[in-house]
Design a protein around this ligand. Structure first.
Ligand code: KG4
Length: 340
Protein backbone atom coordinates (compact mmCIF):
# COMPACT_ATOMS: atom_id res chain seq x y z
CA UNK A 1 0.00 0.00 0.00
CA UNK A 2 1.33 3.47 -0.89
CA UNK A 3 1.32 6.50 1.33
CA UNK A 4 0.35 4.78 4.55
CA UNK A 5 -1.30 7.56 6.53
CA UNK A 6 -1.97 7.13 10.23
CA UNK A 7 -3.77 9.42 12.66
CA UNK A 8 -2.41 9.09 16.20
CA UNK A 9 -4.30 10.12 19.33
CA UNK A 10 -2.68 10.52 22.75
CA UNK A 11 -4.65 11.25 25.93
CA UNK A 12 -2.93 9.25 28.67
CA UNK A 13 -2.29 12.05 31.15
CA UNK A 14 -2.74 15.81 30.88
CA UNK A 15 -1.89 16.51 27.24
CA UNK A 16 -4.38 15.98 24.44
CA UNK A 17 -2.47 15.35 21.25
CA UNK A 18 -3.17 14.33 17.66
CA UNK A 19 -0.68 13.71 14.86
CA UNK A 20 -0.61 12.54 11.28
CA UNK A 21 2.23 10.44 9.92
CA UNK A 22 2.59 9.37 6.30
CA UNK A 23 5.14 6.66 5.49
CA UNK A 24 6.96 7.51 8.70
CA UNK A 25 7.14 11.20 7.90
CA UNK A 26 5.56 13.56 10.39
CA UNK A 27 2.92 15.77 8.73
CA UNK A 28 1.47 17.30 11.91
CA UNK A 29 1.69 17.02 15.68
CA UNK A 30 -0.71 19.16 17.71
CA UNK A 31 -0.60 19.24 21.50
CA UNK A 32 -3.16 20.94 23.75
CA UNK A 33 -1.69 21.38 27.23
CA UNK A 34 -3.89 21.64 30.30
CA UNK A 35 -3.15 24.65 32.48
CA UNK A 36 -5.99 23.75 34.83
CA UNK A 37 -3.64 21.62 37.00
CA UNK A 38 -1.07 24.33 37.78
CA UNK A 39 -3.03 25.65 40.76
CA UNK A 40 -3.07 22.15 42.33
CA UNK A 41 0.65 21.37 42.04
CA UNK A 42 -0.04 18.11 40.18
CA UNK A 43 -2.40 16.50 37.69
CA UNK A 44 -6.00 16.16 38.96
CA UNK A 45 -7.37 13.10 37.11
CA UNK A 46 -11.00 14.24 36.93
CA UNK A 47 -10.04 17.68 35.62
CA UNK A 48 -7.72 16.03 33.10
CA UNK A 49 -10.48 13.88 31.59
CA UNK A 50 -12.85 16.84 31.38
CA UNK A 51 -10.19 18.92 29.63
CA UNK A 52 -9.54 16.05 27.19
CA UNK A 53 -13.24 16.06 26.33
CA UNK A 54 -13.05 19.77 25.53
CA UNK A 55 -9.79 19.52 23.61
CA UNK A 56 -10.06 16.34 21.61
CA UNK A 57 -12.21 17.51 18.70
CA UNK A 58 -10.35 20.79 18.02
CA UNK A 59 -6.96 19.07 18.46
CA UNK A 60 -7.74 16.33 15.94
CA UNK A 61 -9.30 18.85 13.58
CA UNK A 62 -6.13 20.97 13.74
CA UNK A 63 -3.84 17.97 13.20
CA UNK A 64 -5.76 16.94 10.08
CA UNK A 65 -5.72 20.53 8.83
CA UNK A 66 -1.99 21.06 9.51
CA UNK A 67 -1.19 17.81 7.70
CA UNK A 68 -3.21 18.94 4.67
CA UNK A 69 -4.91 15.57 4.43
CA UNK A 70 -8.57 14.67 4.42
CA UNK A 71 -10.12 12.10 6.74
CA UNK A 72 -10.74 9.84 3.74
CA UNK A 73 -6.94 9.51 3.28
CA UNK A 74 -6.42 8.07 6.78
CA UNK A 75 -5.65 4.33 6.70
CA UNK A 76 -5.89 3.65 10.44
CA UNK A 77 -6.48 5.31 13.81
CA UNK A 78 -3.78 4.62 16.41
CA UNK A 79 -4.53 5.56 20.01
CA UNK A 80 -2.92 5.22 23.44
CA UNK A 81 -4.52 2.34 25.29
CA UNK A 82 -2.39 2.71 28.44
CA UNK A 83 -0.75 3.01 30.85
CA UNK A 84 -2.13 6.30 32.11
CA UNK A 85 -5.07 7.87 33.90
CA UNK A 86 -8.18 5.80 33.29
CA UNK A 87 -10.55 8.74 32.72
CA UNK A 88 -8.14 10.41 30.32
CA UNK A 89 -7.51 7.17 28.42
CA UNK A 90 -11.25 6.59 28.09
CA UNK A 91 -11.70 9.88 26.25
CA UNK A 92 -9.03 9.10 23.63
CA UNK A 93 -10.06 5.44 23.35
CA UNK A 94 -13.76 6.23 22.85
CA UNK A 95 -13.01 8.91 20.31
CA UNK A 96 -10.59 6.66 18.40
CA UNK A 97 -13.13 3.84 18.30
CA UNK A 98 -15.91 6.13 17.09
CA UNK A 99 -13.74 7.67 14.39
CA UNK A 100 -12.38 4.32 13.18
CA UNK A 101 -15.91 2.91 12.98
CA UNK A 102 -17.26 5.91 11.14
CA UNK A 103 -14.37 5.96 8.64
CA UNK A 104 -14.39 2.17 8.26
CA UNK A 105 -10.64 1.92 8.96
CA UNK A 106 -8.68 -0.28 11.39
CA UNK A 107 -8.21 0.70 15.00
CA UNK A 108 -4.72 0.20 16.47
CA UNK A 109 -4.00 0.25 20.19
CA UNK A 110 -0.62 1.57 21.29
CA UNK A 111 1.28 1.12 24.54
CA UNK A 112 2.30 4.58 25.77
CA UNK A 113 5.73 3.44 26.98
CA UNK A 114 6.61 1.62 23.78
CA UNK A 115 5.49 4.73 21.91
CA UNK A 116 8.02 6.85 23.83
CA UNK A 117 10.77 4.53 22.57
CA UNK A 118 9.44 4.76 19.01
CA UNK A 119 10.08 8.54 18.76
CA UNK A 120 13.44 7.60 17.28
CA UNK A 121 11.73 6.34 14.12
CA UNK A 122 9.85 9.54 13.29
CA UNK A 123 11.15 11.30 10.16
CA UNK A 124 10.66 14.99 10.79
CA UNK A 125 12.84 16.74 8.23
CA UNK A 126 16.03 16.20 10.22
CA UNK A 127 18.88 16.24 7.69
CA UNK A 128 20.60 12.83 7.36
CA UNK A 129 17.91 11.21 9.50
CA UNK A 130 19.02 7.76 10.64
CA UNK A 131 16.97 5.66 13.07
CA UNK A 132 18.64 3.31 15.55
CA UNK A 133 19.47 -0.22 14.46
CA UNK A 134 18.23 -3.21 16.48
CA UNK A 135 18.98 -4.26 19.11
CA UNK A 136 19.40 -1.08 21.14
CA UNK A 137 18.92 -0.04 24.75
CA UNK A 138 16.56 2.78 25.61
CA UNK A 139 16.60 4.60 28.93
CA UNK A 140 12.94 5.53 29.29
CA UNK A 141 12.54 8.12 32.02
CA UNK A 142 9.30 9.94 32.67
CA UNK A 143 7.07 11.16 35.48
CA UNK A 144 5.74 7.66 36.07
CA UNK A 145 8.48 5.32 34.84
CA UNK A 146 12.23 4.77 34.87
CA UNK A 147 13.15 1.78 32.77
CA UNK A 148 15.95 0.30 30.74
CA UNK A 149 14.32 -1.25 27.71
CA UNK A 150 16.00 -3.77 25.43
CA UNK A 151 14.53 -2.95 22.03
CA UNK A 152 14.75 -5.99 19.74
CA UNK A 153 12.43 -4.86 16.97
CA UNK A 154 9.61 -2.37 16.34
CA UNK A 155 7.31 -4.52 18.42
CA UNK A 156 9.54 -6.60 20.68
CA UNK A 157 10.69 -4.68 23.72
CA UNK A 158 11.88 -6.19 26.98
CA UNK A 159 12.08 -4.20 30.19
CA UNK A 160 15.36 -5.34 31.72
CA UNK A 161 15.33 -2.91 34.63
CA UNK A 162 12.96 -0.47 36.24
CA UNK A 163 12.37 1.51 39.37
CA UNK A 164 11.20 -0.33 42.45
CA UNK A 165 9.65 2.84 43.91
CA UNK A 166 9.58 6.40 42.52
CA UNK A 167 10.35 7.37 38.95
CA UNK A 168 13.16 9.81 38.11
CA UNK A 169 10.60 12.45 37.06
CA UNK A 170 8.75 12.08 40.33
CA UNK A 171 12.05 12.63 42.16
CA UNK A 172 12.67 15.85 40.20
CA UNK A 173 9.11 16.97 40.96
CA UNK A 174 9.57 16.25 44.66
CA UNK A 175 12.90 18.11 44.77
CA UNK A 176 11.25 21.19 43.25
CA UNK A 177 8.35 20.93 45.68
CA UNK A 178 10.68 20.81 48.70
CA UNK A 179 12.36 23.96 47.40
CA UNK A 180 9.02 25.71 46.83
CA UNK A 181 9.27 25.43 43.02
CA UNK A 182 6.49 24.84 40.48
CA UNK A 183 4.94 21.62 39.12
CA UNK A 184 6.21 19.87 37.08
CA UNK A 185 9.52 20.39 38.83
CA UNK A 186 12.00 18.90 36.35
CA UNK A 187 12.39 21.97 34.11
CA UNK A 188 12.74 24.21 37.21
CA UNK A 189 15.48 22.03 38.74
CA UNK A 190 17.23 21.85 35.36
CA UNK A 191 17.32 25.65 34.96
CA UNK A 192 18.37 26.30 38.58
CA UNK A 193 21.05 23.61 38.40
CA UNK A 194 22.77 25.36 35.52
CA UNK A 195 23.86 28.13 37.89
CA UNK A 196 24.82 25.86 40.80
CA UNK A 197 27.68 23.69 42.04
CA UNK A 198 26.82 20.06 41.34
CA UNK A 199 29.25 18.87 44.02
CA UNK A 200 28.09 21.22 46.79
CA UNK A 201 26.10 18.48 48.55
CA UNK A 202 26.46 14.71 48.84
CA UNK A 203 23.18 12.85 48.61
CA UNK A 204 22.32 9.19 49.16
CA UNK A 205 22.60 6.84 46.24
CA UNK A 206 20.69 3.55 46.35
CA UNK A 207 22.53 0.27 46.82
CA UNK A 208 20.40 -1.95 44.69
CA UNK A 209 21.45 -4.76 42.40
CA UNK A 210 20.89 -5.54 38.75
CA UNK A 211 19.42 -2.88 36.52
CA UNK A 212 16.80 -1.78 39.02
CA UNK A 213 16.41 1.86 40.04
CA UNK A 214 15.27 3.42 43.29
CA UNK A 215 14.77 7.12 43.97
CA UNK A 216 12.86 7.20 47.25
CA UNK A 217 16.03 7.15 49.42
CA UNK A 218 17.51 10.06 47.49
CA UNK A 219 14.26 11.99 47.88
CA UNK A 220 14.26 11.40 51.63
CA UNK A 221 17.92 12.30 52.07
CA UNK A 222 17.29 15.54 50.17
CA UNK A 223 14.25 16.32 52.33
CA UNK A 224 16.21 15.71 55.57
CA UNK A 225 19.16 17.77 54.39
CA UNK A 226 16.92 20.76 53.60
CA UNK A 227 14.86 20.34 56.78
CA UNK A 228 17.94 20.16 59.05
CA UNK A 229 19.70 23.10 57.40
CA UNK A 230 16.53 25.23 57.50
CA UNK A 231 16.41 24.76 61.28
CA UNK A 232 19.88 26.33 61.51
CA UNK A 233 19.35 28.94 58.81
CA UNK A 234 15.80 29.82 57.62
CA UNK A 235 17.28 31.43 54.48
CA UNK A 236 19.08 28.19 53.52
CA UNK A 237 16.82 27.35 50.54
CA UNK A 238 16.98 30.87 49.15
CA UNK A 239 20.76 31.05 49.54
CA UNK A 240 21.61 27.56 48.24
CA UNK A 241 18.78 26.78 45.81
CA UNK A 242 20.97 26.51 42.73
CA UNK A 243 23.57 24.31 44.52
CA UNK A 244 20.80 22.09 45.88
CA UNK A 245 19.27 21.65 42.43
CA UNK A 246 22.65 21.01 40.80
CA UNK A 247 23.64 18.41 43.41
CA UNK A 248 20.27 16.67 43.23
CA UNK A 249 20.34 16.61 39.44
CA UNK A 250 23.91 15.27 39.33
CA UNK A 251 22.94 12.45 41.69
CA UNK A 252 19.87 11.45 39.63
CA UNK A 253 21.91 11.49 36.43
CA UNK A 254 24.70 9.42 38.02
CA UNK A 255 22.18 6.84 39.27
CA UNK A 256 20.57 6.61 35.81
CA UNK A 257 23.86 6.41 33.93
CA UNK A 258 25.54 3.81 36.17
CA UNK A 259 22.84 1.22 35.45
CA UNK A 260 22.62 2.14 31.79
CA UNK A 261 26.37 1.61 31.43
CA UNK A 262 26.17 -1.73 33.25
CA UNK A 263 23.35 -2.88 30.93
CA UNK A 264 25.28 -1.75 27.87
CA UNK A 265 28.38 -3.67 28.98
CA UNK A 266 26.54 -6.82 30.09
CA UNK A 267 24.43 -7.01 26.92
CA UNK A 268 27.28 -5.86 24.64
CA UNK A 269 25.01 -3.21 23.12
CA UNK A 270 26.43 0.20 22.31
CA UNK A 271 23.44 1.71 20.51
CA UNK A 272 21.79 3.75 23.24
CA UNK A 273 18.66 5.89 23.15
CA UNK A 274 16.89 8.20 25.59
CA UNK A 275 13.14 8.77 25.82
CA UNK A 276 10.45 10.24 28.07
CA UNK A 277 9.91 13.58 29.80
CA UNK A 278 13.13 13.44 31.86
CA UNK A 279 15.15 12.95 28.66
CA UNK A 280 14.68 16.72 28.26
CA UNK A 281 17.09 17.16 31.16
CA UNK A 282 20.19 18.98 29.97
CA UNK A 283 22.60 17.19 32.35
CA UNK A 284 21.29 13.76 31.34
CA UNK A 285 21.56 14.62 27.64
CA UNK A 286 25.13 15.82 28.21
CA UNK A 287 26.03 12.71 30.23
CA UNK A 288 24.83 10.44 27.43
CA UNK A 289 26.95 12.33 24.92
CA UNK A 290 29.98 12.12 27.25
CA UNK A 291 29.51 8.38 27.65
CA UNK A 292 29.23 8.12 23.87
CA UNK A 293 32.75 9.52 23.55
CA UNK A 294 34.21 7.41 26.35
CA UNK A 295 32.50 4.09 25.55
CA UNK A 296 32.09 4.48 21.82
CA UNK A 297 28.30 4.50 21.97
CA UNK A 298 26.06 5.48 19.09
CA UNK A 299 23.43 7.61 20.81
CA UNK A 300 19.92 8.76 20.01
CA UNK A 301 18.70 11.71 22.05
CA UNK A 302 15.18 12.86 21.15
CA UNK A 303 14.33 16.38 20.08
CA UNK A 304 12.83 18.28 23.00
CA UNK A 305 9.41 18.28 21.30
CA UNK A 306 9.41 14.47 21.39
CA UNK A 307 10.42 14.09 25.03
CA UNK A 308 6.99 14.93 26.45
CA UNK A 309 3.75 13.15 25.66
CA UNK A 310 2.81 13.57 22.00
CA UNK A 311 0.71 11.80 19.40
CA UNK A 312 3.52 11.61 16.83
CA UNK A 313 4.98 8.71 18.81
CA UNK A 314 1.57 7.03 18.85
CA UNK A 315 1.15 7.47 15.11
CA UNK A 316 4.61 6.06 14.27
CA UNK A 317 4.01 3.04 16.52
CA UNK A 318 0.62 2.63 14.86
CA UNK A 319 2.23 2.71 11.44
CA UNK A 320 4.51 -0.25 12.21
CA UNK A 321 1.60 -2.16 13.76
CA UNK A 322 -0.50 -1.38 10.68
CA UNK A 323 2.24 -2.73 8.42
CA UNK A 324 2.31 -5.91 10.52
CA UNK A 325 -1.49 -6.20 10.35
CA UNK A 326 -1.78 -5.85 14.13
CA UNK A 327 -5.24 -4.32 14.39
CA UNK A 328 -7.29 -4.02 17.57
CA UNK A 329 -10.72 -5.24 18.38
CA UNK A 330 -13.31 -2.57 19.08
CA UNK A 331 -14.06 -4.21 22.43
CA UNK A 332 -10.53 -3.58 23.78
CA UNK A 333 -10.59 -1.56 27.02
CA UNK A 334 -7.89 0.87 28.25
CA UNK A 335 -5.49 -0.11 31.03
CA UNK A 336 -4.15 2.21 33.72
CA UNK A 337 -1.10 0.17 34.79
CA UNK A 338 1.65 -1.36 32.67
CA UNK A 339 0.59 -4.69 31.19
CA UNK A 340 3.72 -5.55 29.22
O1 KG4 B 1 6.96 11.72 29.91
P1 KG4 B 1 6.32 12.83 30.67
O2 KG4 B 1 5.93 14.06 29.90
O3 KG4 B 1 5.03 12.37 31.40
C1 KG4 B 1 4.77 11.10 31.81
O4 KG4 B 1 4.20 10.35 30.99
O5 KG4 B 1 5.11 10.79 32.97
O6 KG4 B 1 7.30 13.21 31.85
C2 KG4 B 1 7.01 14.22 32.77
C3 KG4 B 1 8.16 14.28 33.77
C4 KG4 B 1 7.86 15.20 34.94
O7 KG4 B 1 8.17 14.51 36.13
C5 KG4 B 1 8.82 16.36 34.71
O8 KG4 B 1 9.25 17.00 35.89
C6 KG4 B 1 9.96 15.69 33.99
O9 KG4 B 1 9.34 14.77 33.12
N1 KG4 B 1 10.79 16.65 33.23
C7 KG4 B 1 12.07 16.90 33.51
C8 KG4 B 1 12.50 17.90 32.60
N2 KG4 B 1 11.44 18.22 31.79
C9 KG4 B 1 10.39 17.43 32.20
N3 KG4 B 1 12.88 16.37 34.44
C10 KG4 B 1 14.13 16.84 34.49
N4 KG4 B 1 14.61 17.81 33.67
C11 KG4 B 1 13.83 18.37 32.71
N5 KG4 B 1 14.32 19.32 31.92
Amino acid sequence: MDNITILGIESSCDDTSAAVIRNGELLSNVIANQDVHIAYGGVVPELASRAHQLNIVPTIHQAIKNASVSLSEIHAIAYTRGPGLMGSLLVGTSFAKGLALSLGVPLIDVNHLKAHVMVHFIHDNTPNFKPPTFPFLCLLVSGGNSQIVLVKSYSEMEIIGQTIDDAAGEAFDKCAKILGGPYPGGPFVDVMAQQGDAYAFNLNKPRIGGYQYSFSGLKTSFLYLVRDEMKKNPAFIEQRKTDLCASFQRTVVEILMEKLLKASQDYHISTIALAGGVSANSALRKAVENYAHIYNWTTFVPKLAFTTDNAAMVAITGMYKFKAGEYSDISLTPFAKTLV
